[in-house]
Design a protein around this ligand. Structure first.
Ligand code: ARG
Length: 285
């Protein structure tokens, strides 16, 4: 009896000690760990025209990069904007603007946060605004009504000038196509700037202009889908790259967009969007 009582008290003492340790253990794990940085993303330090929304300025008549389907913008740039915004925890508002007003409007501020409009990164534009990492390559081209001109070598600007001497060229106002035509087709009777690319193609098919100088992927797409009476007679290897235009006053927005873009490249989402609109693999860098 005595022995078993002692045993009992030893057991009780042991239980008490174990309990204390257990409690100590509990108390330890219950202490809140300092929050891991990944769980608390730093609040964005960039500014937005509308909180929680990436507001995009774009000339939405430039398929397959951006075009209006009824009241909804669609295209490669539109999908890319959506994916970037999602990555940044934002929604998108894609607004239609006239191409040659995009940079002045972005600089003035208050209307949209970024330009996504198949805009080529150029040294002149970089004096006004900053650009994201380049997101796609492009070149120039010349479209004419089928059978009116013979094929030309896009590297031979002199031959192009000769072919269009005394002719009328249509371009979109404020574009690199306009700049190329002005610089290289000095013999042209006139270089007519249109508000949008589609207006330049309408003028071509109405016989008002003889050729349209415009970004190759867009002209190729338009010829395939709508302007089947036209053909490309020159592909001009200008080696352009499109970028997302961002105000120089908003450098953290550039950082956030570039980071999100890297993620889309690694995740394969960029490839999916590219395949959707171009039907081929994106070029490997
Ligand atoms: N890439 C050319 C440029 O930057 C043409 C862009 C025109 N874009 C448009 N959405 N209309 O000048």
């Amino acid at each position: 009896m005595l022995k078993s009582r002692r045993t009992l008290s030893i057991m009780l003492a042991l239980a008490l000690v174990t309990g204390l340790f257990a409690m100590a253990g509990c108390a330890k794990t219950a202490t809140p760990e300092p929050a891991a940085p990944a769980e608390t993303p730093a609040a964005p330090t960039y500014t937005l025209v509308a909180p929680g929304v990436l507001t995009v300025g774009s000339d939405t008549a430039f398929p397959p990069f951006e075009a209006m389907n009824g009241s909804v913008a669609e295209g490669f740039d539109v999908d890319l904007a959506g994916a970037l915004a999602k990555e940044m925890g934002l929604t998108v508002n894609y607004t239609s603007q006239k191409f040659d007003t995009l940079i002045p409007q972005l600089k003035a501020g208050g209307t949209f946060d970024v330009i996504m409009s198949g805009m080529t990164i150029t040294p002149d534009r970089e004096k006004e605004i900053t650009f994201s990492t380049p997101y796609i390559d492009s070149n120039q081209s010349i479209a004419v009504v089928k059978g009116k001109f013979s094929q030309l070598d896009g590297n031979d600007a002199a031959a192009i000038n000769t072919a269009f001497t005394g002719k009328v060229i249509g371009v979109q106002s404020g574009t690199t196509g306009e700049a190329w035509a002005k610089e290289n087709i000095k013999g042209a009777k006139q270089i007519v700037p249109f508000d949008d690319t589609l207006a330049a193609f309408s003028a071509l098919n109405a016989g008002k202009v003889d050729g349209v100088v415009n970004d190759l992927p867009v002209s190729a797409y338009l010829l395939k889908t709508s302007y089947t009476d036209d053909e490309l007679i020159a592909e001009i290897p200008t080696g352009e790259q499109y970028g997302i235009g961002i105000s120089a006053d908003n450098p953290d927005l550039k950082t956030a967009i570039d980071t999100a873009f890297d993620t889309l490249k690694t995740s394969g989402e960029y490839r999916t969007i590219y395949m959707k609109w171009f039907g081929v693999e994106p070029p490997t860098e």
